[in-house]
Design a protein around this ligand. Structure first.
Ligand code: KIV
Ligand code: ZN
Length: 520
């Protein structure tokens, strides 16, 4: 890097983000998201944890093969088999990177039961091993912000001496604060021999809501790589949100004179894609990408914005790829217009996909007065649910509800075989879910059932998210329709399809997330 103020963006949506319980993404979704991240200008994509499962390994390998500009990184614990497996997956990339880590704080040292000297030796051996395989090695002392400073300096020095090019400083439990975050990086740069030859990176979790502030403070302290995820996805309260740090650096360039290589107009499309793939709905008041981030409801605000947008807006919707004119199309719009509109929204569809979305668009336009951008996004995202490829497929649903009781008549395909059932329940959704359960008996528990309106009005589409748990595995399903009950059933069946796919994977000897990050 020649520009001393250039900050590298390291996206870990597909690794740390996907680690969030229930956020498991399919292979195709991961490839899609990686392609979008690459196009957006992300410098490094952490594509997964290859030793964790066959699925992770295959996804990282495929992403590596398809990568164009971004470096592709895989995660590995401080163990030779992990590092070898990681290299096998990332070696196909134009720019491969191995990221190896070990917990260095007193609490984390106790897990593998290593004393300080033994851990130092393990770091020396594993970083050297990784460096013998790959030119680009990143090393992380997990829980760095709760590690004794003298010991942190000692192990960082070892990693640098053994050839790590990037030293990532994780705030694993979201414990640090901005002043401390800047000071820690400054301290390492000042004290560790060889520090000026590597890039320091920051990796923050959001347990106290300070991840973005801590990451920016680390940059002030000398870090030149930020690790982050789209929508701040990640375990517990999540990771630093990519859109927040990138937009903060852009909007407040006057006081933070740093640059990134991100094309910010791609932010919104990625946010939508990640939300749909992970099943994690973006909260309406989420900074930058929330539905309300550019809405001005109160009279005073509207008046101000109409006179001069800068009165209440510090960035333009178009900066993040949001269209200003949100009225989309009507029932007379043709396929070419739909393709152009979707392209504007960040979706480049193949001919078959477009054909399918067009049919759904026409059906929606018949039922709904105005079709907005958000409706179109929901249509595209929904095109992947309840398809012919799914083992469980909803074919027909008829619901009776009201004061005389609720019941459902459901027709489903189970592995191609048609099944019909009548069920009653405590409310229409309960009746439908019971009908599904009698067609496809299962032990999965419903953890979350969430409905939100895509747009305004009583004819709006509803997006329903359903999260299910079965034997510790969690899967999410999402579907949209103007019929909330139908969307609910499709989302429920979508989650069951995902659980089945994961059960089948175990049967074939591979499972997502069988390996613990903490067993070193
Ligand atoms: O939070 C953390 O410490 C991590 C490491 C593996 C970098 O995700
Ligand atoms: Zn993390």
């Amino acid at each position: 890097m020649t520009d001393p103020n250039r900050v590298l963006i390291f996206d870990t949506t597909l690794r740390d983000g996907e680690q969030s319980p229930g956020a498991t993404m399919s292979h195709t979704e991961k490839l899609d998201i990686a392609e979008m991240l690459d196009e957006m200008g992300v410098d490094i994509i952490e594509a997964g944890f290859p030793i964790a499962s066959e699925g992770d390994f295959t996804a990282v390998s495929e992403i590596a093969k398809r990568s164009r500009n971004s470096a592709i990184c895989g995660l590995a614990r401080a163990q030779f088999p992990d590092i070898d497996r990681c290299w096998e997956a990332v070696k196909h990339a134009r720019r491969p990177r191995i990221h190896t880590f070990i917990g260095t704080s007193p609490l984390h040292r106790a897990i593998p039961n290593l004393d300080m000297d033994q851990m130092a030796e393990r770091i020396q051996q594993t970083v050297t091993h990784a460096r013998n395989l790959c030119d680009d090695v990143q090393w992380s002392p997990m829980d760095a912000t709760r590690t004794e400073h003298d010991y942190l300096c000692r192990v960082v020095e070892i990693a640098i001496r053994c050839g790590a090019r990037t030293i990532n400083i994780p705030d694993t439990v979201g414990y640090t604060a901005p002043q401390e975050s800047a000071k820690l990086i400054r301290m390492l740069i000042e004290r560790v021999p060889g520090a000026d030859e590597v890039i320091f990176s920051t990796h923050c979790h959001n347990d106290l809501g300070m991840a973005t502030a801590n990451s920016l403070a680390a940059v002030e302290g000398g870090a030149r790589q930020i690790e982050c995820t789209i929508n701040g996805l990640g375990e517990r309260a999540g990771n630093t949100a990519l859109e927040e740090v990138v937009m903060a650096l852009k909007v407040r360039h006057d006081i933070m004179p740093f640059t990134t290589g991100i094309d910010t107009t791609k932010i919104m499309a990625l946010s939508r894609r990640v939300s749909q793939a992970s099943g994690f709905v973006v909260q309406p008041n989420k900074a930058v990408v929330g539905k309300n981030a550019f809405l001005h409801e109160s009279g005073i605000h509207q008046d101000g914005v109409l006179k001069n947008v800068e009165t209440f807006e510090i960035m333009k919707p178009t900066d993040i790829g949001l269209n200003e004119a949100n009225i989309a199309m009507g029932k007379h719009s043709g396929r070419a217009a739909l393709r152009a509109k979707l392209r504007e929204l960040g979706y480049e569809l193949g001919d078959n996909q477009l054909k399918d979305v067009f049919v759904r668009f026409k059906a929606l336009a018949d039922r709904k007065k105005e079709v907005y951008d958000d409706d179109l996004v929901a249509l595209v995202q929904d095109a992947a649910t309840n398809t012919e490829d799914d083992y469980l497929q909803v074919k027909h649903l008829r619901v009776v509800c009201g004061s005389d009781g609720q019941s459902a008549d459901l027709v489903m395909l189970v592995g191609g075989e048609e099944k019909t059932v009548h069920s009653s329940g405590d409310g229409p959704v309960d009746a439908c879910f019971k009908a599904v359960k009698s067609i496809w008996p299962h032990n999965a528990h419903l953890q979350l059932y969430q409905v939100h309106a895509v747009t305004e009005g009583t004819d709006a589409q509803a997006t329903v998210t359903v999260r299910m748990e079965e034997e510790g595995r969690i899967a999410t399903g999402q579907a949209s329709d103007t019929d909330t009950i139908l969307a609910s059933v499709k989302a429920y069946v979508g989650a069951l399809n995902r659980l089945k796919a994961r059960r089948d994977m175990i049967g074939q000897g591979g499972d997502a997330k069988q390996v613990s990050m903490y067993s070193h």
